[in-house]
Design a binder for this molecule. Sequence first.
Ligand code: HGA
Length: 610
Amino acid sequence: MCGIVGAVAERNVVEILLEGLKRLEYRGYDSAGVALLQQDGTLSRIRRTGKVQELADAVAEGEALGTTGIAHTRWATHGGVTEKNAHPHFSPERVAVVHNGIIENYQSLRESLTSKGYTFTSDTDTETIAHTVHEELKSGCALLAAVQHSVKQFHGAYGTVIMDKEDPSRVVVARSGSPLVIGLGLGENFIASDQMALLPVTRRFIFLEEGDVAEITRREVNIFDKDGNPVERDVVESNIEHDAGDKAGYRHYMLKEIHEQPTVVRNSLQNRVDDNGLTADIFGPGADEIFRDVKHVQIIACGTSYHAGMTARYWLEQYANVSCGIEIASEFRYRKSVVHENSLLVTISQSGETADTLAALRLAKELGYMSSLTICNVPGSSLVRESDLAFMTRAGAEIGVASTKAFTTQLTAFLMLTLALGEHNGISAEDKTSIVSSLHSLPAKLEETLAITQGIEDLAEEFADKNHSLFLGRGDQYPIAMEGALKLKEISYIHAEAYASGELKHGPLALIDEEMPVIVVAPNNELLEKLKSNVEEVRARGGIMYVFADKDAAFSSDETMRVINVPHCEGPIAPIIYTIPLQLLSYYVALIKGTDVDQPRNLAKSVTVE
Ligand code: HGA
């Protein structure tokens, strides 16, 4: 989603801002802009629709100067993708604002500001921030006080950074529902929506908390909580090694991230699972006491993470004997739900900033869940800070908008959670041994599976002219079929639907013809014979099938069915293994179609608006 970068320095900050925006490009956006303020109060702005490079080219054409500056990549929520709607927004050439989030009461603010004589030059909700702050400044207060008064008038979510032309020595920032991180430099300080943006200039960060307003100058950072009290926040040394600009020779981040899966899964298991099972305290101090009392697990997530949660429900009920519910965060947060006794809330999010999931966690605290655990990839993120327990997936920075390695590490985490909860709920010795040994085999098995790439590249050719597709799976492979369909639609824009294959006869069979490829995930498990019957139902109606199958599953290719052998795997890891060919299929189809694989249209990474 939108990205924010800001800087207060002695040097010209334009390159820092542009580099920061480039580092946030992976989040998905539609336009970009920068505003620069010089010590003599000269305020300038350049905005462009399209890529950051187009903004950089426009900047290079003139003389862009400023020791204080703010920059933004916009993912439009209010107002079309046009230059006039791109941030920063100005209020009568004095106040400049960038904003992530949504000001929900923007209509009434707009009416009231218009009646006070303000003219709106954009269709955005964000412009109301600029004029509201301007109006407060008119009463003679300083920028900090103007922002503190203004935020009281905003409903909704914001991470915002504001400059005042009449005070070029500072920016004031405010966070509510959309993350902001301050970067500490030497004689210069920075602000961003994600630490990735600032890694070239600092490794020392302060993560702002909900309701914080902060004033940032070259030498000082003063933070105030939601009640206006001065507060100290911890300075965190970042240990992110990954350089976001590095594709390691791969054509796309997505392909690099697909191929990183054996390594990041290995990292996620390291020092957490040994031959006897889980090592101590892997879900954090106190987790074992909490897990002892857990009688129900409620999982909340969105998108790909939701599919990880769906798979986990099969595992938790089958092996750990714990009842489990799973719900999409944006549904959970707006309906009345019943809290089961001794229920553990588990949230899943790659970024830890997913707005709906975060809101669901906050709601769950009010509803009286006994405890909360997040499975997350970003240390220090909001979900990690606000949950009782956190399990970090160690996938490393995921840049491709379509999630790959975050998903497989989430699934790996859930197998560990299955072991942990199963310990207190009578997991059988046989199941425990099977999960532990299959986890040990997982990184090597993923490597073996990646080796089938060539066959999938060929297969992708057959999808390039298709407009629709159907994915089928059963049991714990049903969510994998859903994830496969999501991947295909995300990056190749081919309409894809997934069904539990037993559901075919209840409707989707009507869709089958030779123009509708049917993709089937078929490990050699106890549901294989049932799945084969479903495959026959498709064949009988002239469907063309692509079956990803265990070599022992006895499928053979013919004119209506193409079989792609997937390495045989033991234990419950099959859903993780079968994810790989479906990721590769989507990738190669998208490649043939020539879509923007890493930043597919209309989508964004780290979905920080609801
Ligand atoms: N509402 C603002 C900012 C949108 C945003 O935060 N997207 O991630 C706009 O539409 O410009």
